[in-house]
Every structure is written in structure tokens, then in C-alpha cells.
Design a protein around this ligand. Structure first.
Ligand code: APR
Length: 181
């Protein structure tokens, strides 16, 4: 399912983000960039140990990545131009700035992608697995942040395709419904 916002295609796909085709994929990482389960585990497994080695270099150079921030590595053996590792908020009931942090994950990742001249990027449903962010609220935040970024960036923005890759069917349905509105 696709919609257009000011010359940019927003797409909802159901599946494994490591199988997507495009320039950059976003990882839902932890602050230490140590790798983990969920989408993080899938990306590290599929891309090989070079990704973990690059994450270790980032950790040594700049310390932990704060929630809402992002760091860039190559994609190892995956066929992407790179991987943007962003750190979502751990859901603590909603009063710990979780929504603003999640929104920042999307805007920071998009900024980083644009700095690299990316034409396409795919996001997983950041925060909605191990970190327990409620799915509907997370999707609303994701869609709102992405659309706001597109509107603020204007036509000079290199990104032409932004995909939401949903591993779970219920998330895909939530995104389709939100984008259809
Ligand atoms: N492709 C796309 N999405 C996936 C994949 C995959 N291969 N595998 C899992 N997902 C989905 C999950 O179904 C969920 O909707 O990614 C979403 C985010 O879930 P998590 O990966 O658990 O990420 P998050 O909730 O942000 O928690 C991050 O989990 O794996 C650890 O190291 C990671 O500590 C960090 C934490």
C-alpha cells in the first residue's frame, strides 16, 4: 500500500526488513549498539559480524547512543548503502517522554539518511517489541514524524521513498489504516 506526500512515496510493507530493497534500513538498536533480539538480531545475523565491529568502534569513539539519537554503519554483507541504528525509548507508561523520544528516532534517522543522499529508507516499528511501546501510539508517532519531516524538508530532500516494514500483521493493518486517512 502506497500514498504520496509532496513527491515522496510512503509505503507499508509486511515482512522482514533485511529482505527489503533500497538504500538504507533503520535498526531498532540498544544504547550500547550491542546487538540483541528482534529486528536488531535479524539485521546483525543477516549482515554478518562487520556490523558489530563497526558498532564497537562507534561505542569506543562516542560512548553510548542516547535514546532518540542514531548512528550509521555499513550494511556488512547486506545489499544496502548502510544501516542507521537508532535507539527507541523503553516504554514506562507514557510519562517518561517516550513519544517525543520515539518521534526523534524518526527525524534523526531521516536527517542522517538525507545527509548521505539517500533516495530510499525503510523503518521497522521501532520500540514496539522488547521496548513495549503501544503499537497504535507508536504508529501514529512514526507517521506524524515522517510526514512532518517531509513537509519541513521541502522538494530538495533526496528521499523519494520511505517504507514502513511491519513484521507483524497487526502493525501492518494499523499503518495501512493510518495512511489511508
Ligand atoms: N524485520 C522487520 N521488523 C522486525 C523484524 C524483522 N526481521 N524482526 C522483528 N521485527 C519487529 C518486531 O516485530 C517489532 O514490531 O521490529 C519491531 C521492534 O521490535 P524490537 O526488535 O524488539 O525493537 P524494540 O522494541 O525497539 O526494542 C529494542 O530490542 O533487540 C533488542 O537490541 C535491541 O535492546 C534493543 C531492543
Amino acid at each position: 500500500m502506497q500514498i504520496n506526500i509532496e513527491q515522496v512515496v510512503l509505503e507499508v510493507i509486511e515482512g522482514d526488513i533485511t529482505r527489503w530493497q533500497g538504500d538504507y534500513i533503520v535498526n531498532a538498536a540498544n544504547s550500547g549498539l550491542y546487538g540483541g533480539g528482534g529486528v536488531d538480531g535479524a539485521i546483525h545475523r543477516a549482515g554478518g559480524r562487520r556490523i558489530a565491529e563497526e558498532c564497537a568502534v562507534i561505542r569506543q569513539k562516542q560512548g553510548h547512543v542516547l535514546p532518540g539519537d542514531a548512528a550509521l554503519t555499513t550494511a556488512g554483507s547486506l545489499p544496502f548503502r548502510g544501516i542507521i541504528h537508532t535507539v527507541g525509548p523503553i516504554w514506562k507508561g507514557g510519562s517518561a517522554n517516550e513519544t517525543a523520544i520515539l518521534a526523534k528516532c524518526y527525524s534523526t534517522s531521516l536527517t542522517l539518511a538525507c545527509q548521505q543522499g539517500a533516495r530510499s529508507i525503510a523503518f521497522p516499528n521501532i520500540g514496539t517489541g522488547v521496548y513495549n511501546f503501544p503499537k497504535l501510539a507508536a504508529a501514529q508517532t512514526a507517521v506524524t514524524s515522517v510526514i512532518q519531516f517531509i513537509r519541513e524538508s521541502g522538494p530538495a530532500m533526496p528521499l523519494k521513498l520511505i517504507a514502513f516494514v511491519c513484521f507483524e500483521q497487526d502493525n501492518a493493518e494499523i499503518y495501512r489504516e493510518l495512511l489511508q486517512r
